[in-house]
Each structure stands twice: as structure tokens, then as C-alpha cells.
Write a protein that binds this ligand. Structure first.
Ligand SMILES: Nc1ncnc2c1ncn2[C@@H]1O[C@H](COP(=O)(O)OP(=O)(O)OP(=O)(O)O)[C@@H](O)[C@H]1O
Ligand SMILES: [Mg+2]
Length: 409
């Protein structure tokens, strides 16, 4: 059994499902030794609406992962999703204390960038530096050790609803877990699916989950925008249930087994069996009709993302195109549909492979959890951190998180 200082645990509390990965450090790299999942019942559009149900889902997923890893999970890195997660540009400036930029100067300049005016009910969850400016010289990625008198940072600041963030921490605590880090779910997903070339060139990651769709625009190795819509694959399922007058469970089964986002890609003679339509015996349905229900909703979601992207002015500067991930990215035809909506190269975003019990952990629904592990796994201190961090609300470890995400890419 691994001692606790040697493991790191990632917990993704999504609208559709709650997922846990336990990783051990082997030769400095994470190796997955435990996996647990449970359906999520207490979230809507990425935010907790029922504490007890969420605690139950967390406990179920954690227990399964503990059994597999044969360990006691006490602390987790947890994702924070939901349409309340937003981002804005900020700048910070500080005099350099000893004429050579040191860690304390970086901390002060990050604090200055963090000091954005926010409504009472919102808080900063990450500071993502874009570049630093030393004595007017811009475009510096790492200013430490440079000589100068004035340090500035151009940063992107992620903010979230205070209540939503605290609810996630509260649910973890009630499930008997300490929270060592809170990471915005889209940031973790982007970490898991991008290549170094994507990040350099410019790319948009779209994570389409069950209740949310998040977009993360990246260029010159920095995150430029994060935005989350309260729409996801669950809405496709609801449309199928309403359109065919079947239960949600049957609608979900039809979507997973026979779904297709492009109605024109389905042969007109294909038929699928539908159980209990209007309470009747199983019936045969044209698969094209199913696709005709799915396509408009999928197109709506992608079009709304496109609108958000156009608002950021970044749509013209993402030569690496669009990477689709999140569970709904597994829907056949979605990549093709996205190509027509975005008029950009589009590809499917499979998360990076992490050694260990890899077979269970594959597919786009693992992007956030794998990303959490990757973010934690590279820094030895995160492994030790798990034993030392007290439980608390997000603001308690805000400083740490800002610095920590400096190393995002
Ligand atoms: N093969 C598939 N075809 C179509 N949809 C799929 C497929 N596999 C999973 N999904 C859908 O993916 C969604 C779940 O994705 P994911 O696990 O990424 O969501 P989540 O993280 O729980 O939710 P969110 O991130 O929105 O809070 C569900 O709506 C599910 O129906
Ligand atoms: Mg998700």
C-alpha cells in the first residue's frame, strides 16, 4: 500500500458524473493506481444544487477508487466547473526590491494583478500570467533573475462565484476529504488534451460535458480566455426524451448507442429499436429521425461557443483550430459538424495517456481528471502537500494556486 505522501488524488465533480483518479509517483511521474466513478445527482449546469446528493456521489466514487488503490484518500485536488466561471484581463506593477527580480517580486506583482474590482459574491481562483515586462521590455516569460527596477505582468484572471466554490469545498469536507487545490475544470481539460505545438500556435479547447460547455482559448503558451455555457450533452438527451416521448434513461441509451450529430451522415434506411415509446411495446425508428433531434441542439451549442469566441476577438488567431473534448465529444459526427460551424480545423481531443491502469481511463470524459493529475503530478511538492494542507475555503490557498498555475504549460 502506498503511503499517503506518495499519492495524489484528482476529483472531478461534473454534472453528469463524478470521477476520481489516484496516482502514485514513480520515478517522478504519476502512475494511476486507482479509479472510481459515480453518477452525479446534485449538480445543475456544473454547480452544486444539492449538497447531500453531491456528497453521496463523491463518497461513492472515492470509495471505489480507495478499494482499487488499497489506500485511504484524505485530500484531493478538485475541479470547479459551472457557467459562473469567467475570465478577464488584468495588469499588475511593482517596483523591483533588490534590482534583480526575485520570487518575492513575482508574488507582489501577482497580488497587484489579482486586485481586480469584483462584486461581493465573486472571487479570483487563478492568476494566469501571459507575459512579464521588465523596465518596459515586454514579452518575457520568466523574469526571475533579470535586472530592473520595475516589474509588470499582463495576466488573465479566472473568477468564480464564491458560493459555488465554497459549496464544492464543503461537499468534499462533508465526504471526509480535505481540499488541497481547487482548479477550474476547463483549465485542467485544456492541460490534458493539448500538444506543445497547439499551445504555441493558438488553439481553442471546447469541453462539452453533461451540463456545461467550456471554451479555453490558448495562444503563445498562455490561456487567453475561459468561458463556460450552461448547456451540454444532458440537453441533447432531454431533447431526445421529449422528441420521442421516452424516459431519460432510454434517451441516453439511444444517444450513446445510435447517436449521430450529422443527420446527413445517416443512411435513410437505418432503423433502431426504441423501448417504451409512449409506454408502448418496443418500436423501430429511423436513425435519421434520432440524428435530426440531436443535430440542432449540437449545432446550437457549437454556435453559442462560436459567438463567445468571436466576442473575444481570438477566432482569427487560432491556427491550430478547435479541439473537442469532454464526454459529448465522443458523439459521432460532432467533429464534422464543428468544422462547418467554426470553419477551422477541428479534431477530437483524447487526453494524454498516463501510465497505470490505463485502459479504464480513456476517452474524452477523462480530460478534466487527467488534467488535474498532470498539473499536480509534475511538482513533487503537490504530493507532499496532500498531508499538510488544512481544509478550508478557496481564498485560503489562493496565493499558492496563483503561483502554482504559473507553471501551467
Ligand atoms: N459516446 C457518446 N456519445 C454521445 N454522448 C456521450 C458519449 N459518451 C458520453 N457522452 C455524454 O457526455 C456527457 C458526460 O460528459 P462528461 O463526463 O465530460 O460530463 P461532466 O464532466 O459530468 O459534466 P460537466 O462538465 O458539464 O459538468 C453526458 O451527457 C453523456 O451522455
Ligand atoms: Mg466536465
Amino acid at each position: 500500500m502506498a503511503t499517503r505522501a506518495e499519492i495524489v488524488v484528482a476529483l472531478d465533480i461534473g454534472t453528469h458524473r463524478t470521477a476520481v483518479l489516484v496516482a502514485e509517483r514513480v520515478a517522478g511521474r504519476p502512475r494511476i493506481v486507482g479509479v472510481g466513478t459515480a453518477p452525479s445527482r446534485g449538480l445543475r449546469r456544473g454547480a452544486v444544487v444539492n449538497i447531500d446528493a453531491t456528497v453521496q456521489s463523491i463518497s461513492n466514487a472515492v470509495r471505489e477508487a480507495e478499494r482499487m488503490a488499497d489506500c485511504d484518500i484524505r485530500a484531493v485536488l478538485v475541479s470547479l466547473g459551472g457557467s459562473h466561471v469567467r475570465s478577464l484581463d488584468s495588469v499588475g506593477m511593482t517596483p523591483v526590491r533588490k534590482r534583480e527580480v526575485g520570487a518575492d517580486d513575482l508574488e507582489r506583482v501577482h497580488d497587484a494583478a489579482r486586485a481586480v474590482a469584483l462584486p461581493e459574491d465573486r472571487e479570483v481562483i487563478h492568476i494566469l500570467p501571459q507575459d512579464y515586462i521588465v523596465d518596459g521590455q515586454a514579452g518575457i516569460r520568466d523574469p526571475q533573475g533579470m535586472t530592473g527596477v520595475r516589474l509588470e505582468v499582463r495576466a488573465h484572471v479566472l473568477t468564480a462565484s464564491k458560493g459555488a466554490a465554497q459549496n464544492i469545498v464543503r461537499c468534499c469536507n462533508q465526504a471526509g476529504l480535505q481540499v488541497s487545490q481547487v482548479v477550474a475544470a476547463p483549465v485542467a481539460s485544456a492541460r490534458a488534451v493539448l500538444t506543445a505545438e497547439d499551445r504555441e500556435l493558438g488553439v481553442v479547447v471546447i469541453d462539452i460535458g453533461g451540463g456545461t460547455t467550456a471554451l479555453v482559448a490558448v495562444r503563445d503558451n498562455a490561456i487567453r480566455r475561459v468561458s463556460v455555457l450552461g448547456l451540454g450533452g444532458g440537453h441533447i438527451t432531454s431533447d431526445i426524451a421529449a422528441g420521442l416521448r421516452v424516459s431519460s434513461a432510454e434517451a441516453e441509451r439511444l444517444k450513446l448507442r445510435h447517436g449521430q450529430a450529422l443527420a446527413s451522415a445517416v443512411r435513410p434506411d437505418e432503423r433502431v429499436e426504441v423501448n417504451g415509446m409512449s409506454g408502448q411495446e418496443p418500436a423501430m425508428l429511423s436513425r435519421q429521425i434520432l440524428a435530426e433531434i440531436i443535430e440542432p441542439r449540437a449545432e446550437e451549442i457549437l454556435s453559442l461557443v462560436r459567438e463567445r469566441l468571436e466576442e473575444t476577438g481570438l477566432i482569427g488567431s487560432v491556427p491550430a483550430g478547435v479541439v473537442l473534448t469532454g464526454g459529448t465529444a465522443a458523439l459521432p459526427g460532432l467533429v464534422e459538424l464543428a468544422k462547418t460551424v467554426f470553419r477551422l480545423p477541428v479534431r477530437f481531443g483524447e487526453p494524454h495517456h498516463i501510465a497505470g491502469v490505463g485502459d479504464v481511463v480513456s476517452g474524452p470524459m477523462w480530460a478534466t481528471t487527467i488534467g488535474l493529475l498532470e498539473l499536480a503530478g509534475e511538482e513533487a511538492e503537490n504530493f507532499e502537500l496532500l498531508d499538510s494542507m488544512p481544509a478550508g475555503v478557496v481564498s485560503r490557498f489562493r496565493n499558492r494556486m496563483g503561483d502554482w498555475l504559473r507553471e501551467f504549460f
